[in-house]
Write a protein that binds this ligand. Structure first.
Ligand code: C2O
Length: 619
């Protein structure tokens, strides 16, 4: 009794101390949204375009939660396309069922059908985003996913900002994006956007019939600090972002805090997010915020460059005196990097290091498996015949990881995750299971990966490797520590490759130019404070070394976040096996998940997703 009383007193003292030192945590709550996916007409640049949106908004609604919350999203598909929503960067701990990848973790949500996602947000803070995981449509089906610290904004590892603003860089297409993949499969590859956007606005560099387009305006108060939550949601370009007369302090990337780093330019590739503080410390006035894409120089094929701009506008306080209207000021324009400058991005990414915090995950030192993965374009070589010409007409061939171009198995009648979980491997008439192909740990044959003579279709073409189309998977035992080097190649093009892994963050140990060379490059690994990212930009003509722990059982997509590379097959599936303990075993799916596709299992992947995104009415 007495002991208990003493203990109680100690406990009370500890609690009192704890609460005096730390702000009260916000109680975890359930955040519920309904996403109605539908088409609407939007007129931009004098042309009406039918776009697919969530709740009539572009960009879509912001999901704004506190770490520890649960999120429930009811998706109501009133569009004519099959849809899934992916919560990009959300770890989905033991919750692969809600990852939102069609035919990999779930059936696509068919027109006039609903699906409810349930997510738990644990151990992550910062900026992520959500987007449709169907080809093309994510250009308009996306929005910010913001996770706030449990103990409030005062627990940010940086001064509390006055305001927090999502800045979503997007692009504007004057076509039905559901057709993008269809065209692509028919080898029509001249579909391009017509403009870029900041928070859905095209900006005043574009006009039609003399009327300039609206631009995004950020109103600021002098001396105040703003947290910009920057997201690249475009389909295939890395962007530079600048605000004239202002600097940024980068504080996080991919919802992981980084050591504050000051720069006047942000580089952000598709799939990446960057959190940056901006102090409104310039003379009062107006300053352009400009986003400009970069691309590989010639002889790489060139695409038109779409620059977009918005504005930072100081709140004008004239203290009652008569002064000029600020709108008469000439806004200041930032000096942008060249469109072919990829060095600025290389340095931007190389400057990221993770912030030291007690809860930061340490880099494991013991590595269990090593993989070396080449990324590039390829060509198909039917048995006994020579390889098809890669650039036949406008054809773009395939994009590959270690010469395998990902394609869902045509025997697949149920999502891969169901097939794994329930062993309902196949309900196809032939009765044989889904044909899976193991992603090789190395390319079939080493070559001078970054030899300039390989671009665009040079004399070294003989080095082009045979490409196969397959459902490439790689299994990992629970807890495996994996080292992976991604090597961008110069085969036909010298693009960078933003590689995104679902369900995990990766430690970015090092990056470099040219060919990776273990005996030289391992020494440059940062094992102290490497940044953690869900999307890793593999530089053009260069490589990145990452390490990750395969500790989230399930079936996880890994792919390039350039939409064309993804459509061309630069993807694989990582299957992470259950571990030995209760909390390392993937629980069964939520009740709303059709087990082995019970209600749709007469459909094949082909009909649902592969060849035609716009179908479907189950019998
Ligand atoms: Cu943001 Cu699989 O994607």
């Amino acid at each position: 009794m007495k002991t208990r009383r003493v203990l109680t007193a100690i406990t009370m003292a500890v609690i009192a101390f704890f609460f005096s030192a730390t702000p009260l945590p916000v109680a975890a709550s359930v955040v519920e949204h309904t996403f109605v996916v539908s088409q609407m007409n939007v007129t931009r640049l004098c042309k009406e375009t039918l776009v697919t949106v969530v709740n009539g908004q572009l960009p879509g609604p912001v999901i704004d939660v506190t770490e520890g919350d649960s999120v429930v999203v009811h998706v109501v598909n009133k569009s004519p396309s099959n849809i899934t929503i992916h919560w990009h960067g959300v770890k989905q701990w033991l919750n692969c069922w809600a990852d939102g990848v069609p035919m990999i973790t779930q059936y696509p949500i068919q027109p006039n059908h609903n699906f409810t996602y349930q997510l738990n947000i644990t151990g992550q803070e910062g900026t992520l985003w959500w987007h449709a995981h169907v080809p093309g449509l994510r250009a308009t089906l996306h929005g910010a996913f913001i996770i706030r610290p449990r103990h409030g904004a005062s627990s940010y590892p940086f001064p509390k900002p006055h305001k927090e603003i999502p800045i979503i860089i997007g692009d504007w297409w004057q076509m039905d994006l559901a057709l993008l993949e269809k065209h692509f499969k028919k080898e029509i590859v001249d579909d391009l956007p017509v403009a870029a956007t900041i928070n859905g606005k095209i900006g005043d560099l574009y006009n039609c019939s003399g009327a300039v387009e609206d631009g995004y305006v950020l109103d600021v108060e002098p001396g105040k600090t703003y947290l910009l939550r920057i997201i690249n949601a475009v389909l295939f370009s890395e962007y530079y972002l600048k605000v004239a007369g202002h600097k940024f302090t980068v504080v996080a990337a991919d919802a992981n805090y980084v050591n504050p780093y000051t720069t006047d330019v942000i580089a952000v590739a598709p799939g990446e997010t960057v959190d940056a503080l901006m102090v409104a410390d310039a003379p009062q006035g107006r300053y352009y915020m400009v986003a400009l894409p970069n691309q590989a120089p010639l002889p790489d094929p060139q695409i038109p460059v779409f620059i977009t701009r918005g504005m930072v506008r100081y709140k004008y306080d004239n203290h009652g005196e008569e002064e000029g209207d600020p709108s008469n000021d000439v806004p200041m324009v930032p000096e942008m990097p060249d469109q072919h400058d990829t060095t600025t991005s290389f340095h931007f990414h190389g400057n990221l290091t993770s912030l030291h915090r007690p809860q930061r995950t340490k880099v494991p030192v013991q590595v269990d498996e090593q993989m070396f993965i080449t990324l590039g374009l390829g060509s198909f070589c039917p048995h006994g015949r020579s390889c098809e010409k890669r650039w036949r007409g406008n054809s773009m061939g395939a994009a590959t990881m270690n010469n395998v171009s990902f394609q869902l198995s045509t025997d697949m009648a149920v999502p891969l995750l169901d097939a794994q979980y329930y062993h309902c491997n196949s309900t196809s008439s032939s009765g044989d299971g889904i044909k899976l192909y193991t992603l090789p740990d190395n390319p079939p044959r080493p070559f001078d990966f970054t030899n300039p003579a390989l671009t665009p279709d040079g004399s070294e073409a003989a080095l082009l490797q045979r490409t196969i189309r397959a459902t490439a998977v790689r299994r990992f035992r629970y807890g495996t520590v994996v080292d992976m080097v991604f090597q961008s190649t110069s085969l036909l093009q010298t693009d960078s490759n933003p590689m995104h892994l679902h369900g995990h963050d990766m430690f970015v140990l090092a990056q470099g130019r040219g060919n990776y060379n273990a005996s030289r490059d391992v020494a440059s690994y940062n094992l102290v404070d490497p940044p953690m990212k869900n999307t890793v930009l593999v530089p053009r003509i260069g490589w990145v070394a990452i390490r990750f722990v395969a500790d989230n059982p399930g079936v996880w997509f890994m792919h390039c976040h350039y939409e064309f590379h993804l459509m061309m097959g630069m993807a694989a599936v990582f299957i992470i096996e259950d571990g030995p303990t209760v909390d390392s075993i993937l629980p069964p799916p939520p009740l709303n998940h059709p087990k082995c596709g019970s209600h749709v299992n007469s459909l094949k992947a082909n009909e649902l997703y592969l060849l035609d995104n716009k179908v479907v009415s189950p019998a």
